[in-house]
Ligand binder design. Sequence first.
Ligand SMILES: CC(C)(COP(=O)(O)OP(=O)(O)OC[C@H]1O[C@@H](n2cnc3c(N)ncnc32)[C@H](O)[C@@H]1OP(=O)(O)O)[C@@H](O)C(=O)NCCC(=O)NCCS
Length: 173
Amino acid sequence: MSVTGMLAASGVVLSGVEVRRARVGEVAAISAVALSHGIALDRDDLRSGVAACAADDRIGRHLVAMAHGSVVGHAMAVRNAATGFEHTAQLAVSVAPDHQRMGVGSALVGTLKAWAGGVGVRRLVAICDVENAAMRHLLARQGFVCEAPVMLAYRQDGEGVVHACAQFACILG
Ligand SMILES: CC(C)(COP(=O)(O)OP(=O)(O)OC[C@H]1O[C@@H](n2cnc3c(N)ncnc32)[C@H](O)[C@@H]1OP(=O)(O)O)[C@@H](O)C(=O)NCCC(=O)NCCS
């Protein structure tokens, strides 16, 4: 799906970037995008997650944003039927620093919302650091509202810094 086409209605022009489903062979490139934000993904978990979503669309969706043949963004939404949250999916998104503020993150989240609506997910949630202005702004623009301003859960980054997290949710029609 072309990002240009998806965003045309909002007047944003973004050429040369394509959003599509992730492939197992792109796990290393996806990990590199996450690592550019200090997030070390477990590649085995990521590989099995991408494969599981490819095998059964109802489980979740991994997307990549591609520019000039390279992965410049990744987003995923996964639901956990095993624990009874079959109508909820949790999302995460990251965009390479040199491709931010071009609409890529919005296109990824918008595409996940379309997937979610198509497979019966009624509630998309996202958890992010309370100080993450970029993600908070993106989520608000995509129709998410803050459910828990500061959760009791915290995230500790690779340098040992503790970040308070907030939870956001988007109810799908
Ligand atoms: C959050 C993130 C995914 C946004 O991606 P992006 O491609 O830059 O987002 P977009 O270009 O679609 O911008 C979406 C909106 O957020 C705004 N925005 C983007 N970066 C911003 C920033 N640093 N501060 C304030 N607003 C920001 C944009 O202006 C845009 O607003 P608009 O629709 O009113 O014009 C990206 O900054 C990122 O990868 N951050 C690191 C990883 C991360 O924090 N992921 C979230 C954890 S779940």
